[in-house]
Design a protein around this ligand. Structure first.
Ligand code: ADP
Length: 258
């Protein structure tokens, strides 16, 4: 099925696409900056609970796609349906998403605990339940003793772990992560990969993950999408893409990184 809807859509259920097995449906998503076409009609369906990693050379449009899904940028045309609901024109706060972005920094005036509690408070969680959840999340990311610290008292890596705890705390329908482990050293990175995998397994969150690290993509993902010049050059389970690349571009992309 294809869509050619360019006009802003009202937020509503689209019953033709409200398939319970599809968490996210992206159709004909286009974005240009000036005359530079950064996304060229991207179509993508994500299964409920699926872990998808976006890989691709720098400048291929990964971050732009994620920013548009998050609501930080507006597409020129196309649709984004989250469980059948068109979210294309909602603000970031109105989308039921968790985000771990470099640009989506922690609130500097709030303590670590209050940062993690922020989304829970917005969703009306009662204080006792919030406190329990915050403690659980800080334990999960290995920072139980930093609850009262302010973000500027933490290292970059620790701030990223708090951002991860904040994003996961309310078990969002869709979690978007742009290089969430980029600032961590290797052992912490492996530990956090394991935590993300565990949370994904236990909570069943649908995840889109952007990384430059192919090993990480292979370790974490159900499927990998390779972006190339604003389009998808390959979309398949990682081992399949790796062993049986659909194009010379994908084959070269994998071999260049090794
Ligand atoms: P990736 O995440 O794959 O490295 P990006 O989505 O960050 O790619 O960028 C894709 C292209 O869009 C790049 O050429 C980048 O320079 C350009 N771009 C991204 N954001 C903007 C912007 N706000 N204004 C102009 N060009 C942009």
């Amino acid at each position: 099925m294809t869509y050619t809807l360019n006009a802003p859509q009202r937020t509503e259920m689209d019953h033709t696409t409200a398939d319970p097995d599809i968490a996210l449906r992206i159709r004909s998503l286009c974005k240009s900056f000036g005359d530079h076409e950064v996304l060229r009609s991207v179509d993508l369906d994500l299964g409920a609970g699926e872990f998808l990693t976006l890989l691709g050379p720098s400048g291929s449009g990964k971050t732009t796609l994620l920013r548009i899904l998050a609501g930080f940028d507006t597409p020129d045309s196309g649709r984004i349906l989250l469980r059948g609901r068109d979210i294309s024109h909602l603000s970031p706060a109105e989308r039921d998403l968790g985000m771990v972005f470099q640009q989506y920094a922690l609130f500097p005036h709030l303590t670590v605990a209050d940062n993690v509690a922020y989304g829970l408070r917005m969703r009306g969680w009662k204080p006792a339940r919030r406190t329990r959840r915050v403690a659980e999340m800080l334990e999960l990311v290995g920072l139980p003793d930093k609850a009262r610290s302010k973000p500027q008292q933490l290292s970059g890596g620790q701030q990223q772990r708090v951002a991860l705890a904040r994003a996961l705390a309310y078990e969002p329908q869709l979690l978007l992560m742009d290089e969430p482990l980029g600032a961590l050293d290797r052992s912490l990175r492996l530990q956090m990969q394991e935590e993300i995998r565990r949370v994904h397994r236990e909570v069943g969150t649908t995840i889109i993950f952007v990384t430059h690290d192919q090993e990480e993509a292979l370790a974490l993902s159900d499927r990998v999408a390779i972006m190339h010049e604003g389009g998808l050059a390959g979309l398949a389970p990682p081992s399949q893409l790796y062993q049986n690349p659909p194009s010379t571009f994908v084959a070269r992309f994998f071999s260049n990184a090794n």
